[in-house]
Ligand binder design. Sequence first.
Ligand code: 3PG
Length: 404
Amino acid sequence: MGEVIGTYYYRPKAGVDFKWAAQAIAEEQTTGTWTDISTTQEYVRYLDGRVHEVVPYNDGYITKVGFADDIFEPGSIPQYLSVVSGNLYGLSKLAKVRLLDLDFTEATTAPFKGPQFGIEGIRKIVGTDKSRRPHVGTIIKPKVGLNPKDTAQVSYEAAIGGVDLIKDDETLTDQKFCPMADRLPAVMEQLDRVKDDTGRTVLYAINVSAPGDKILERAEEAIDLGANMLMVDFVVCGIDAVRVLAEDSSIQLPLHVHRTMHAAMTREPEHGVAMRAFCRLIRMAGGDQLHTGTISGKMDHDTAELLGDNKALTDPNYFGLKDVFPVASGGLAPGGVAREIEVLGKDIILQAGGGIHGHPNGTRAGATAMRQAVDAAMQGTTLEEYAKDHAELAAALEKWGTFA
Ligand code: 3PG
């Protein structure tokens, strides 16, 4: 039988034996508890968690714990999480504990279909399967408050300016100031105009994050209204919401996965859940695009972790599942594009909200500046050099500077 391996960092409290602490994690998450019990039978033992190694790391230790395949209910992400990422965080003898990564097995990944489109499928829709350039996306700003007409107008400006993807912000769903039933057709009408004028397909990720019993209904409504992409927030809705949307046979649209609230779990280097574990699960669940972070943006990041996260999404060999397009978003501007591409590569979606709508000459110029920055990087030219005869990029660099 296979074993799922959970890799954990932990730091025991003073006076607590480090080997005991690793064993405590393994037992709490499998067949044990805080004391020995009289109800255990010999036949249960095969489900015991196994501590494979413990190595010192920084102020604590890293341990690898094995979980027998049979402890998992096949295909149940909530149950998988309860095993590998459950009570352990609260154990009082541990000062800190962080789930760093998960190595799944054939048996535990087999029930999942993974992304419907993956990077290649999305590139084909957008028409970048030959150029292989990074995609440029935008988030409509202000994140809430615009009415449907103005949202559509901003979308048109961004699309005609050159973006490949427009998305709702995480707090925009179906509020009365901008109901989905009005917003979505209005935006799609503008994107159709852009298609007629330029031949380019621009995706619009409509946020269908909703109460659990309404997500599918919301997605189906969006499809009826002409959506060409859906978006869901995986932390607040639950990872399984991604799976439900990706696996529903009536939904044949790419899925953009946002991660609002993730940093409550992922940011602390000593405690919580590293983004890596979520990347593995989102790939299994079927997200086509996932936010993982930027090099130059406004959100805190660790470059080594980010590179590993993107690799987890794009590794060609992951149980036969398609890859996931990593999204770099949060405080991005044209001046950061060269660095983002240099570090993160070309299979990346570079998404800018403020960095497009805050352009001195407006949204259209902002979108064009982002595209020019990508073109510069693709041609191996510096942003400053390219800006000499690209006015939109020049204005953006003048306002926000270049990320060194
Ligand atoms: C996101 O969804 O990633 C943020 O809303 C990004 O917005 P910003 O580009 O203005 O930081």
